[in-house]
Design a protein around this ligand. Structure first.
Ligand SMILES: Nc1ncnc2c1ncn2[C@@H]1O[C@H](COP(=O)(O)OP(=O)(O)OP(=O)(O)O)[C@@H](O)[C@H]1O
Length: 975
């Protein structure tokens, strides 16, 4: 501070309007060629200046602001020249550097330039002046800003400039060879170096060059020399402007870069590719269109030629496909046009961006021009007055802020444009993708079109070949037809000649025929009237005859009904006469194993009488008389035909009982149930009932219900119930009707054969579940199928109720023979007891006992209503033809014959014999005397023979006679 003050004092002691630089020059000039005294004083001054410069060098190291004020050329302040220098900055050569150093002045004068540090100190001292303090503060602020702005710009050029300076240093040294100031040059170089390092070298050089220009205007220079300090301010302002220019340049560069980048991106984004693709697609579309046109041109002719061809349908299909392809092509063309339009829009947007960029460039140029203009104004104003300079600098600062704002806006615009560019790029990518898709689709379509074309070509060739062949065929046929026509024409001509000849001869005949025709015509005209009369007469006759026939029919129907009633009465009378119990015998065939084992049948038949059965027992022939005997070859149908009249009786309200009796294995179950492929009486009876029911419709309505029970060891089981093991009981109806019923017995209403099959299946299944061995179990139990038939005549209101009991009895067995014990013995005892009870009941019934022992067994108790009253009973005795079973066969046959004989006896004698034989009529085989010969009259307790006093032969004869008379009556009697 002392030094500054001292220096300031020094300058204050020499108040002058000239700048220190001018002062120095004026002081320095006499040094070279004037008086010694003056040289001495000048030497002293130089020494002081050197001292100052040393100090300034030290201060120059403090920072760029200090260094900035150390060069003498900073007071030039010619803005245009500065601009020129700026523009020519890179073209500085050795001469300019030389000029920079020597600038046409003496080395001493250069060296005696006032120290900028002193000048700065002068400025600092000026701060004490209140009038200039604001201005100086503003200038200092501007200086700092300029320093900041220029620091970046100058750092790039610093190295180059320094190198240039060093290259020209020898010249400078040569120029400044003054012996008096050997260290001054070195110091200057050091200063330059330091300035270069600080980035101000360029500005200094420019300013040095400007000083040269300043010398071209001596008056202005002189004036400015007198205002050293204001010039420094101008320099600062210029530096500020320079900094702003630098920024503008940078922004310009950025703009240029962005523009180039936009261009590059445009090229990279494939605008040209898109255009190429568009061109390709357009050319492809053009080609396809031409192909389609050509194909459509060829198509009609082809169609016409092949309209009658069998391939026309195929061709039509191909044409259809082709039209579809055309439509698709059109659609893709439209799509392409849309894409082109979008591309045009994108191109327009890019052009618009270009325009905006150009506008930005123009605005930038305008800003530059404004800047130049402002600089000029500033320069002028700075030259005019410091206050104006300050104002100008303020304005420049304000403008610079505006420029900054403008630049920021430009940057923002640029950013927005870049974003738009990104969007456009994305859109272009999408369009590119769409174009790829379109290309792919068009290629596929092209392939399809090619395929169709190939197909059409093939079809066309085929059609052409066919057309050719057809034409050849046509020509051949035409030729043949022509030849044939010619020959026919010849024949026709010949015929025509003959016909002409005939015509001449036929004319008289024609006249005759015409007469005949006229006669016939008259007759034809009269014919409708005649026909009408004849029809009316015929109608009358027909009506008369129909009435007669109708009357006859009525009479016949009445007679038929009367006869039917008579027949029914006769049938019932016949049954009554025959007895309500009929006995049939069936001999089962010998199976293969039995034939192989024994192969001997002891049964024989009378060929003249089918009611007699012979048994050969130990060489003696035993004859048994039955109502009918079925030999082994008798079929199920034949057996059923014999019993069907009884079955239909239940529809008239009778109770019917059909039971099969015989030893085990004699064929009882086969006869009653049969086998699935050849059903027995049970199923056939129900089928017959169904057919009768349908026949009697609609006068009669019948309801058929079915129950199935089993009697095993005197226990009643419900075979159609949910629990077949449950024991049932037989009870008397509480209504006092005397009817029996079984509480809990299941009844099924059946209406079809399917229902019957289901019922039988269920009963069979329940019977099987109740035992371990069904066959054995079935042999030891009685199976009953109970069918109730209830009828109602809707016209007469008459009701009927009948019951059909179909019984498969357990097999009779000789206990003494089988030697059964335990449970088997009990089973046999139960079976024998029930069979004995059955025999007793039958005997009592046929003997018309007042008491019939129905309750002696479950079986007879259950069959009570079917065995008593008006009920009808049929016993089927099953016999085995084997010799090993002859005893059982004899017992069974004897039992059957007793039953039948009792029935045929007189009532009184029957009753008597029945009473006498009530115990002996039991069918148990143990009662048969096997050792004694089975003489029939003896064994028959109350035989028909005893009543009529005849032998076996007489019995057979009588039986045969009855059978024959019965069979003679049968056609009219049987229902
Ligand atoms: N008329 C016939 N034609 C052909 N085979 C028969 C005939 N009668 C019986 N059979 C056969 O003889 C065998 C015994 O018959 P089935 O079982 O009907 O005797 P069963 O008297 O019912 O015996 P069980 O008292 O033990 O029940 C069976 O195999 C059966 O098919």
């Amino acid at each position: 501070v002392k030094l500054h003050e001292g220096e300031t004092a020094e300058y204050d002691e020499k108040p002058s309007k000239k700048s220190p630089y001018t002062q120095c020059r004026k002081v320095g000039n006499p040094v070279r060629g004037r008086t010694q005294g003056r040289r001495r004083s000048c030497t002293t001054t130089k020494l002081e200046e050197l001292e100052h410069r040393k100090r300034a060098q030290r201060y120059a190291l403090l920072g760029p602001a200090v260094m900035f004020g150390t060069r003498k050329t900073w007071d030039l302040g010619h803005t245009p020249c500065l601009q020129e220098l700026w523009n020519k900055d890179l073209s500085l050569d050795a001469s300019s550097v030389d000029f920079l150093i020597s600038d046409g002045e003496e080395e001493s004068s250069f060296l005696t330039l006032p120290n900028p540090v002193l000048q700065r100190r002068r400025l600092t001292s000026d701060l004490s002046d209140p009038a200039l303090s604001d201005q100086q503060l503003l200038i200092q602020a501007l200086q700092e800003k300029v320093c900041e702005f220029q620091a970046r710009l100058r750092s790039e050029d610093a190295t180059d400039r320094r190198l240039l300076l060093r290259l020209h240093t020898p010249q400078v040294n040569q120029t400044d060879t003054s012996q008096e100031h050997p260290l001054t040059n070195q110091e200057i170089l050091e200063q330059d170096s330091q300035l270069s390092q600080a980035g101000f070298t360029t500005s200094v050089k420019r300013l040095s060059a400007g000083s040269q220009r300043l010398q071209d205007y001596p008056d202005i220079a002189a004036e400015r020399k007198g205002h050293a300090q204001p010039r420094h301010k101008e320099v600062y302002q210029l530096a500020l402007i320079t900094g702003l220019q630098t920024q503008i340049e940078e922004l310009e560069k950025k703009l240029v870069d962005r523009t180039q980048e936009v261009e590059r991106l445009r090229s990279e984004l494939g605008a040209t590719d898109l255009e190429k693709q568009l061109e390709l697609l357009e050319s492809e579309n053009q080609r396809l269109r031409q192909e389609l046109k050509s194909s459509s041109i060829h198509e009609p002719a082809h169609t016409c030629s092949t309209s009658t061809c069998p391939h026309s349908q195929e061709a039509a299909a191909l044409r259809e496909a082709l039209s579809l392809c055309e439509e698709r092509c059109k659609e893709y063309e439209r799509h392409m046009a849309e894409l082109e339009r979008q591309l045009g829009e994108r191109t327009g947007a890019v052009d618009e961006l270009h325009v905006r960029l150009e506008e930005a460039g123009q605005s930038r140029d305008k800003l530059q021009e404004q800047l130049i203009h402002t600089e000029e104004i500033l320069r002028r104003h700075s030259a005019a007055a410091p206050s104006q300079a300050m104002y100008a600098s303020k304005a420049a600062e304000a403008e610079s802020s505006q420029w900054k704002q403008a630049l920021m806006e430009a940057q923002a615009r640029n950013q927005a444009l870049q974003e738009q560019l990104g969007v456009q790029r994305q859109l272009l990518r999408e369009l590119e993708q769409k174009l790829h898709d379109s290309q792919r689709t068009s290629s596929e379509l092209r392939q399809q079109i090619l395929a169709y074309e190939g197909e059409m070509e093939r079809t066309r060739s085929q059609l052409e070949a066919e057309v050719q062949s057809l034409e050849a065929e046509k020509n051949r046929v035409i030729e043949e037809a022509f030849v044939r026509a010619e020959s026919e024409m010849k024949a026709v001509h010949q015929n025509l000649a003959g016909v002409r000849m005939n015509l001449l001869t036929l004319q008289p005949a024609l006249r005759t025929l015409t007469c005949d025709y006229n006669c016939l015509k008259r007759q034809v005209l009269d014919f409708p009237y005649m026909l009408q009369n004849a029809i009316a007469e015929a109608k009358q006759e027909i009506c008369h005859m129909i009435a007669e026939v109708s009357n006859t029919n009525q009479e016949l129907l009445r007679k038929y009904k009367r006869e039917m009633n008579l027949r029914k009465k006769c049938h019932n009378e016949l049954v009554r006469l025959k007895g309500n119990i009929r006995v049939l015998c069936r001999v089962r065939p010998i199976c293969q194993e039995e034939a192989e084992a024994e192969g001997k049948s002891v049964v024989s038949f009378d060929s003249d009488d089918d009611a007699v059965l012979y048994l050969s027992n130990k060489g003696k022939l035993m004859a048994f008389d039955m109502d009918k005997v079925f030999p082994p070859q008798a079929t199920q149908a034949e057996v059923f035909q014999e019993v069907q009249s009884l079955v239909t009786s239940c529809m008239d309200g009778y109770n019917v009982c059909i039971f099969a009796y015989g030893q085990t294995g004699s064929g009882k179950t086969y006869t009653m149930e049969g086998i699935p492929e050849n059903p027995g009486i049970n199923q056939r009876a129900l089928r017959l009932l169904f057919s009768e029911v349908s026949e009697k419709m609609p006068d009669w309505h019948y309801t058929i219900t079915v129950s199935m029970v089993e009697i095993y060891n005197e226990t009643l089981r419900n075979l159609l119930g949910d629990n077949p093991s449950e024991k049932l009981d037989i009870k008397m109806c509480p209504d006092g009707s005397g009817q029996l019923y079984v509480p809990g017995l299941t009844e099924f209403t059946v209406e079809s054969v399917e229902d019957i099959n289901k019922v039988f299946e269920l009963g069979h299944m329940n019977r099987a579940t109740a035992c371990t061995n069904l066959n054995e179990h079935s042999s030891r139990s009685h199976a009953l199928l109970i069918v109730n038939v209830a009828g109602f005549n809707s016209s007469t209101g008459h009701r009927t109720s009948g019951k059909l009991n179909l019984v498969d009895l357990a097999g009779s067995e000789r206990i003494s023979k089988s030697g059964a014990e335990g449970s088997r013995l009990r089973e046999a005892q139960c079976i024998n007891k029930s069979l004995s009870a059955l025999g007793d009941v039958i005997n009592a019934l046929r003997s018309r006992h007042s008491h019939v022992p129905f309750r002696n067994s479950r079986l007879t108790y259950l069959l009570q209503d079917s065995l008593s009253g008006e009920s009808k009973t049929l016993m089927l005795v099953q016999v085995s033809p084997l010799d090993s079973n002859i005893i059982e066969s004899v017992c069974s046959l004897k039992f059957a014959q007793r039953v039948r004989t009792v029935e045929l006896g007189t009532a009184s004698s029957s009753r008597r014999h029945a009473e006498n034989s009530s115990t002996s009529s039991s069918p148990t085989h143990d009662s048969v005397e096997l050792d004694s010969p089975p003489i029939t009259p003896v064994l028959l307790p109350i035989s028909r023979a005893s009543s009529v006093g005849s032998s076996l032969s007489s019995i057979s004869r009588i039986s045969s006679t009855r059978r024959r008379s019965q069979s003679q009556q049968a056609p009219g009697v049987r229902v």
